[in-house]
Every structure is written in C-alpha cells, then in structure tokens.
Design a protein around this ligand. Structure first.
Ligand code: AMP
Ligand code: ZN
Ligand code: FE
Ligand code: FE
Length: 292
C-alpha cells in the first residue's frame, strides 16, 4: 500500500523545512505521494516537483487558503491546481498583502500587552534576514518561534495559548475572503478543494452539517477526514459527512517541522493510511472540472 501525505508546509510559508529538504525527508520517511500545501503561496512548487521527480516520489501541487469563519477557523486545501495560473497569481498577491498588513498589527497587540518583540526580530528569526524574501510568507508559527527564542514563553504551544491563537489577546484576523471565493479561486486555477482539518471549525451536529452543506453547494470536492489532530471519533463523524455529500476523503499530517510540535511527516493518525484511490479521485475530479 502506498504511503500518502497530502498536507505539509515548507519554509515558503511557515514550515521549518526548505522545499528540497522536505521532499528528501518525505523520501526518507518512505512516502510515495505527497502534496505540499503552503499557506497563500505556491513558490515552492517548482523545486519540490523537480526534487520529487529525481527521487521517484509522486508530487501533487497544493495550497492552503483561509477564509472568514466563526467560531473556529476555515482552511481550504487546493490540489492539482496550476501554480502559474495568472488569475490565481493575481489573487495570491492580494491575499499576501493582507497577510503582510496583519504582521505589524500582531506586534502592536503584543507590545500593548507588555511583550518586548519587534517585527524585525520575527523576520530575522524566520528568514535570517531583515526582509521577507519575495513570495514567501510570515505566519503565526514564526511569531511563536520568536517568542520562544526570547524566552517570553516556554513553548510554541504556550505562545499560541497565551497570545496568538484565535480568541487570545494578540490574535489578529487576516482573511477577507469567503469560503465561496476561495473555492472559486482554486477551481478557476484547475484545482479541486478539500476542507482542511474540519475539527478546527469548532462546530458539531447540525451546525457542522449545515456549514459543510453550504461549502458543498459552493463546489467543495473533498473533506480532510484524516488529519494529525483528529481522533477515531472525529474520523467516524467526518466519514459520515463525506459519504453523505459524496466528498473525496483526503488526509494529511499538516507537518511544519520544528515550527509545530508533536507530529511527524506522514502521520495521519494512529494506524491510518490513505488509499491511493483518494489521489485518483482527486485527479479525476480536477480533470472533469477543467474540461467542463
Ligand atoms: P497563520 O496562517 O499565520 O494564521 O498561521 C496559521 C498556522 O498557525 C497554522 O497552520 C498552524 O500551524 C498554526 N496554529 C494556529 N493555531 C494554532 C494553535 N492553537 N496551536 C498551535 N499552532 C497553531
Ligand atoms: Zn501553518
Ligand atoms: Fe490549516
Ligand atoms: Fe496547514
């Protein structure tokens, strides 16, 4: 059975592994098929694809985009989309601008809370540089890392809990896109959309079903039933929804290297492996979308 992981991040967003290192690590972990899903950027695709080709690993271009949502978070994964699609590129520039505007606001909130941290220090910690390299992203895990580095908190988890997580005092919302907009951006670029870690929507029962139904009506193709943060009960709930709404059941570790603790590349949950049929179904659906 092939080993598949469809959710991971490189240094181009907020992972700690550079594209080449991530693909080499995937090979070392004996993975057969991976999708790299950086937040808001596809600048690592070319390098990843080439290295995967050299190592004989199947590579699926991907992305993770966030959308406006309450009470939890709504992240959507795009697969098989064209990284060079001009419409997508234009949208990403806008999304990246919103992210850049958020960064000083997080610093502002932290400083008002009495935390001594500057944006320069966060950028330096993330990129060993004074500026963010073109196309690459600064995310909350970088802020968390800088807070740990300065001994303001003891762990990344504490940084999120005390300051950065949604609902914590230095949280700043960035996304101005709706779920429907994100879905159409990915579809227009030839991709298919999976709802990432649905547990993080923080909804249950009918409320959860209602939101998933809404996304399905907007064109959702798949559900990330298997995610490193999901347990057996979550799998049961999400498998039911996937069946009800005819969604492909994707899975991924959401590996961020040392920028996110407690999970390894290829870990989709205890004893969980993804069937290769999932990849074939995603590919088929993307081809069907592109030809219609
Ligand atoms: P951003 O795109 O900058 O808002 O950052 C999102 C990333 O922050 C996610 O991919 C997670 O890796 C991380 N993250 C968000 N919430 C938490 C949390 N409560 N604990 C740990 N990491 C988190
Ligand atoms: Zn992330
Ligand atoms: Fe996410
Ligand atoms: Fe992610």
């Amino acid at each position: 059975m092939k080993r598949i992981d469809l959710h991971m991040h490189t240094t181009h967003s907020d992972g700690s592994y550079a594209p080449l290192d991530l693909i080499r690590y995937a090979k070392q972990k004996k993975l057969d098929c991976v999708s790299v899903t950086d937040h808001d950027t596809m600048t690592s695709v070319r390098e990843c694809r080439e290295e995967a080709g050299r190592l004989g690993l199947e590579f699926i271009p991907g992305i993770e985009l966030s959308a406006k949502f309450e009470p939890g978070t709504l992240h959507l994964l795009g697969y098989f989309l064209d990284a060079d699609h001009p419409g997508l590129q234009k949208k990403l520039v806008k999304i990246q601008k919103a992210r850049r505007e958020r960064n000083p606001q997080i610093i502002d909130k932290l400083q008002k809370l009495g935390v001594d941290l500057s944006l320069e220090e966060v950028i330096q910690e993330a990129y060993e540089d004074k500026e963010i390299p073109a196309g690459r992203q600064l995310g909350r895990p970088h802020f968390a890392r800088a807070l740990v580095k300065k001994n303001i908190v003891g762990s990344l988890q504490e940084a999120f809990h005390r300051f950065l997580a949604k609902g914590s005092p230095a949280y700043v919302d960035k996304s101005r896109l709706t779920g429907a907009e994100v879905i159409s951006i990915i579809h227009e670029a030839g991709g298919v959309v999976s709802l990432a870690h649905p547990k993080q929507m923080k909804l249950e029962g009918e409320a959860l079903e209602g939101e998933i139904r809404k996304l399905v009506d907007q064109g959702l193709d798949a559900l990330e039933v298997f995610h490193s943060s999901h347990g057996p009960e979550d799998h049961a709930v999400f498998l039911r929804f996937a069946k009800r709404f005819n969604l492909v059941t994707t899975g991924g570790s959401d590996f961020h290297g040392t920028n996110k603790s407690g999970l390894d590349l290829g870990f989709l949950g205890s004893n969980i492996r993804l069937s290769y049929e999932v990849v074939e179904d995603l590919r088929k659906r993307s081809q069907k979308r592109s030809s219609s």
